[in-house]
Design a protein around this ligand. Structure first.
Ligand code: HEC
Length: 89
C-alpha cells in the first residue's frame, strides 16, 4: 500500500518537474502571457514586427502605463518578443 502510494506520488511529481525544465526556457513566453495581459489581451501582438530597439521602447512604454516588470524580466520579455515578433533586416 505504501509502495503504491509512493509510486503514485512519484508519478505525479514527475509530470510537473518535466514541465519546469521547459518552463525555464519558456520564461519569456510565460512572462508575456502573464504580465502583458493585465491590461489587454495578446491580440495586440498579432502582426507586430518590431526591431529590438523598438520593442525595448514599447515595453518601456507599457511599464510607464503600469506594467510590473523587473529589469531581469524586461530582458526575458525582450528576448521573447524579438524572437517571435521581431523584424529581421
Ligand atoms: C498597465 C497596463 C498595460 C500592461 C501591463 C501592458 N500594456 Fe500594452 N498597452 C497598454 C495600453 C493602455 C495600450 C494602448 C496604448 C495606445 O494605444 O497608445 C497598449 C498597447 C499595446 C500594444 C499596441 C501598440 C500599438 O502601437 O498599437 C502592444 C504591442 C502592447 N501594448 C504590448 C504589450 C506588451 C508586450 C506588454 C508586456 C510587456 C504589455 N503591452 C503590457 C497597457 C498595458
Amino acid at each position: 500500500m505504501l509502495l503504491t502510494m509512493a509510486a503514485f506520488t512519484s508519478l505525479f511529481a514527475f509530470a510537473p518537474s518535466g514541465r519546469s525544465a521547459s518552463a525555464v526556457k519558456d520564461r519569456g513566453r510565460e512572462l508575456v502571457q502573464d504580465v502583458c495581459t493585465y491590461c489587454h489581451n495578446l491580440d495586440r501582438l498579432n502582426g507586430q514586427e518590431l526591431t529590438r530597439q523598438e520593442w525595448r521602447g514599447l515595453i518601456k512604454g507599457m511599464i510607464s502605463e503600469g506594467a510590473p516588470v523587473t529589469d531581469q524580466e524586461f530582458s526575458m520579455i525582450l528576448d521573447y518578443l524579438v524572437k517571435h515578433h521581431g523584424r529581421k533586416h
